[in-house]
Design a protein around this ligand. Sequence first.
Ligand SMILES: Cc1ncc(COP(=O)(O)O)c(C=O)c1O
Length: 471
Amino acid sequence: MHELLKHDLETLPELLAQTRATALQSLQGLDSQPVAVQPQTPQAELQRAAGGGAEAALRLFEQRWLPRLSASAGPRYLGFVTGGATPASLMGDWLTSALDQNPTAGWDSEAPELERQTVRELGSWFGLSEAHEGAFVSGATMSNFVGLALAREWLGEQRGVRVSEAGAAALGPVTFFSGAAHSSIHKALSMLGLGRNAVQAVATLPGRDAIDPQALELALQAQAGAPVIVVANAGTVNSGDFDALPALLALRARYPFWLHVDAAFGAFAALDERVAAQVQGLDGADSVCIDCHKWLNVPYDSALQFSRHRDLQLRVFQNSAAYLGEIGERPDFVHLTPENSRRWRALPAWFAVQAYGRAGQAEIVRRNIDCARLLGELLQQDLTPGPDGGPAFELLAPVRLNIVCFAVAGCTDAASVQRFLERLRDSGEAFLTPTCFRGRWAVRAAFSNWRSEASDVRRVHAALLALLSQA
Ligand SMILES: Cc1ncc(COP(=O)(O)O)c(C=O)c1O
């Protein structure tokens, strides 16, 4: 064994203790460190300490990289849709790395069984019946990819083509209808060989991101009975809006289509009775995407994909080889998702489920929704005039879930919104991201961190106001 490896093995307890201390210091400093930093122009790295062993690598990391990271695990990082890592999920994640299981094949350990049980338990939280089977994937993009790959196989079946054997080209043109599809849907279609242009936008309800069911019906009628794929949203990224799933299911009873629901974070509405009705009907979908590294607050990377069509899933993702054995009644994960070998990402989620249960998760969801509502109220009540004398902030959509989408006075184009958000970032107080909502440039704040409290909302609001007064 190389002498550095030998040394690290002998000093493993100290090395892990030092790593733990670094992690702890970071976590305990989340509230006092800048929420985000401006990345510097990359410079050539010195080869300092290369080959210096694990302790030297840790010290180099602490000096060079650690101070240049964001507090994305903290309560005032409201960009994108970003979760943190609860204590239990962090413990699970550390053990995932330490134990280094590869849960894809099922005859060397019970690791896959823990994964199956975790998937089932989480499915039940979101009202998914046992008809839905699922697996862990790396994120919502990959979950959407899997759902749409199954939809593609289904469409092939309707047309007498086995896409998994004959290839996407054999399928011919494909139509996907969606109201406000997330960008990952387009990316998935590009990866699936169906093309980004396959998405046909269907009109949304006035002032909303939710699909207009009447417009969808007209689009379906125009297909004259030809099967298509509908991608519905449960929680849109801009405004947290929901398509009316019961209305879509009623349409599916009359027109042939596969219903995929992107419920990356919106599925968690099921845990708060005040908003749960919005996600009613999820179980009726053919495939469902739910992220875990967002609202479940497990570390990256983790998401779930569910589907009622395991037969199609096996056709698409089976990885037959003599050394893997028969697929059998309970297919191993190697036959169900794009990855073959992968990390045991179910363990952090299992820890979260065991440690806090549905009730603990429901408290996080409820508190985050309360935070979003509070920020919405504060912005609306604000009497501070903007540069043109009008209101400083304008809510562009009601706060339906955990997202606040608002315009800032004087920031009317992409560049000015970006400048405003960079100034906010440089204040160290908060990190928010831009969007264009129904033709207007705006700012989004998404609450999905388990630590966020009303006091954080007030701090973010004060930081926003301070920026306007400095304008
Ligand atoms: C609705 C929705 N779908 C899909 C995604 C993609 O998620 P990921 O970055 O985990 O792949 C996001 C990310 O914000 C999202 O909000």
